[in-house]
Design a protein. Structure first.
Length: 116
């Protein structure tokens, strides 16, 4: 089973940018669907961006136009470029596959804090 490790979070002012990384222990290209999720304090975890093996992508309405998910097959990493950050983007961000989500398997995530 592929292991995924998130990194790149931090503290940023509103309007700033961060790039999150999701490193895979295996061939990232072999993963059919991979998503970035986030969970804010007191809220349910939500899917914010998805990338498919074909290269297609989907975004939640709340981040569309500001976030970009991409994949580097040579490095086995999936990125989440986050621009024009807002305080409401503050959350712990996770990358995961639908299969792992189904079994409730999550990594440690990476904290993103956006100050106003």
């Amino acid at each position: 089973q592929v292991q995924l490790v998130e990194s790149g979070g931090g503290l940023v002012q509103a309007g700033g940018s961060l790039r999150l990384s999701c490193a895979s222990s295996g061939d990232i290209f072999s993963i059919n669907v991979l998503g970035w999720y986030r969970q804010a304090p007191g809220k349910q975890r939500e899917l914010v961006a998805t990338i498919f093996r074909s290269g297609g992508t989907n975004y939640a309405h709340s981040v569309e136009g500001r976030f970009t998910i991409s994949r580097d097959n040579t490095k086995d990493i999936v990125y989440l470029q986050m621009n024009s950050l807002k305080p409401e983007d503050t959350a712990v961000y996770y990358c995961n596959t639908p299969q792992a989500v189904m079994f409730g398997n999550w990594g440690q995530g990476t904290q993103v804090t956006v100050s106003s």
